[in-house]
Design a protein around this ligand. Structure first.
Ligand code: FAD
Length: 490
């Protein structure tokens, strides 16, 4: 039953917050406030829709703090953030009914199960005579807007980016809205602490606050610091893990604390040089990942290239554990895995090397690595994570070829020559001379002794030999069934 004009005019507005925990450039929130009616905001902790891709542990830590910050910002606009836990298909209509909402607003998302749920909820609102409107709040372009000349999805980044780039000149991010009409009532809400999103025994996230300030204020500060201090060196410096030249915006973007449109518009308006263009194109990769996830929804769990289904991965728990704990004996890989554990983040170059090591040196299924990153990254993002893992494996769209096997030692020598990154995360190697910092096993006994390193005791000996592992990987990939057709399994 369509809503009557009188119903719409007298009803309140409901804004359903999901991956958009910000005031600035939040189209759904602005539309709710623009109704001129009292606005209630809702956040639902939904642990079932995405199956085993429910929020990981580090993301939960982030969410806790982000919600705290968002609730405070909304309160200043006269908006209560109501927290509920469970099935959105029941909870969103329930709060709409309780609050007398005639209109409901949200920003769209791109995981297929969430899209299906949103469609279902939209039609149930329609049946109840409530107007439900969704907006583009989390991507630069909707995935269905960008297609090849043959009206098929792009599978390669460069032509996708060329097309997306032409659409970036008229981005119009919205300013943060003014206050909403004061509501007469408050509604029952869960207490955030009862959701137990932060760890306690043990509190493995105890050092996270040294690295991160979740929330919109933290996101904006991070962005302006990046522009002031790091952008000048971005194109060259983004590959050097021992120096800070990247934005560290990824968790803020993941939770929508800063809008991708605002970030893109600011960078492109700021200047026209290689650093700005490189950063813009990295932001573009995020849209490409969302794009692929929309068009090929099986990306997180299935090889995009069908021939990889025939690959026989090794199920080696001991090696998986060594990788997770940063005890492979390869300093660059181990430093990355320890950075991840300590901060919920890992530098992009090291993510590539560590992922390649798991898949190619250890021949462990990329999905095991994807799951570990999912649980431990504060920026864990189903699109970026799955697309990146399949890129490294060689099983994805526009992927690195399977024979590209990163050598963790030469990668270290190239991007962390003086070992600043390794020394920071593996203090037991800190006293080794530069020459051996990426390959301690190559150091003479007296050098190890002088640096206080006891291989196999204070730091592990390599769990595999690089040359042998490389040959084993090449052999395994080559013998992968060639009879299988190479194609999209989604
Ligand atoms: P910057 O270099 O400052 O880039 C700015 C923004 O651009 C990032 O915040 C991110 O939103 C986007 N971006 C940059 N590189 C990529 C990329 N390759 N793919 C998609 N978006 C990109 N990124 C995530 O946000 N979540 C993940 O779960 C994730 N998992 C990854 C797993 C693997 C195996 C690899 C190799 C990469 C993964 N990435 C993921 C991509 C990338 O490593 C991070 O986005 C980046 O390191 C974040 O740091 P930053 O914000 O300082 O990046």
């Amino acid at each position: 039953m369509p809503a009557s004009t009188q119903q719409i005019q007298s009803g309140t507005a409901l804004y359903w917050a999901r991956d958009d925990l910000r005031l600035a450039d939040n189209p759904a929130l602005c539309a709710a406030i623009d109704t001129g009616r009292p606005v209630t905001a809702l956040y639902i902790l939904d642990e079932t829709t995405n199956g085993h891709w429910a929020l990981g542990a580090a993301s939960k830590w982030w969410l806790h703090h982000s919600l705290q910050s968002f609730a405070a910002s909304l309160a200043k606009l006269n908006i209560q953030l109501v927290l509920r836990r469970g099935d959105p298909a029941k909870l969103a209509p329930a709060l709409a009914a309780e609050s007398g909402a005639a209109r409901v607003f949200w920003n769209r998302r791109y995981v297929s199960a969430e899209q299906a749920l949103d469609e279902k909820i939209k039609s149930s609102f329609k049946d109840a005579g409530i107007e439900a409107r969704s907006f583009r709040g989390n991507v630069l372009a909707e995935p269905w807007e960008i297609l090849t000349g043959a009206k098929t999805p792009y599978k390669v980044y460069s032509p996708f980016w060329r097309e997306l780039r032409t659409r970036l000149s008229d981005l119009q991010p919205l300013a943060a809205p003014g206050v909403a009409t004061k509501a007469k009532k408050r509604f029952p809400s869960d207490a955030l602490k009862d959701w137990a999103l932060t760890p306690s025994k043990p509190n493995w996230a105890k050092d996270f606050p040294d690295f991160w300030t979740p929330g919109e204020v933290g996101a904006q500060k991070r962005f302006s610091d990046f522009i002031d201090q790091d952008l000048d060196n971005y194109a060259r410096g983004r590959d050097i893990p021992g120096e800070i030249h990247t934005s560290h915006l990824s968790p803020h973007l993941r939770f929508g604390e800063i809008s991708i449109r605002q970030a893109m518009k600011t960078i492109l308006a700021l200047r026209d040089d290689a650093n700005a263009e490189k950063f813009a194109s990295e932001l573009g990769w995020r849209d490409f990942a969302y794009y692929l996830l929309h068009h090929f929804p099986k990306f997180p769990d299935h090889n995009w290239r069908g021939d990889f289904d025939a690959f026989s991965w090794r199920n080696d728990r001991k090696h998986l554990r060594a990788w997770q704990q940063g005890k492979t004996g390869y300093p660059l890989v181990d430093a990355g895995m320890r950075e991840l554990w300590a901060t919920g983040y890992m530098h992009n170059r090291v993510r590539m090397v560590a992922a390649s090591f798991l898949i190619k040196h250890l021949l462990i299924d990329w999905r095991r690595g994807e799951e570990w990153f999912w649980d431990t990254l504060v920026d864990a993002d189903l699109a970026n994570n799955s697309v990146s893992w399949q890129w490294v494996a060689g099983s994805g769209a526009d992927a690195a070829p399977y024979f590209r096997i990163f050598n963790p030692v030469t990668q270290g020598e190239r991007f962390d020559a003086a070992g600043a990154y390794v020394r920071r995360w593996i203090p037991e190697l800190a006293k080794l001379p530069d020459r051996y910092i990426q390959a301690p096993w190559a150091a003479p006994e007296e050098v190890l002794g002088a640096a206080g390193v006891m291989l196999g005791k204070s730091y592990p000996a390599p769990i595999v030999d690089h040359k042998q592992a490389r040959e084993r990987a090449l052999g395994a990939f080559q013998s992968m069934s060639k009879s299988r057709s190479v194609g999209v399994t989604a």
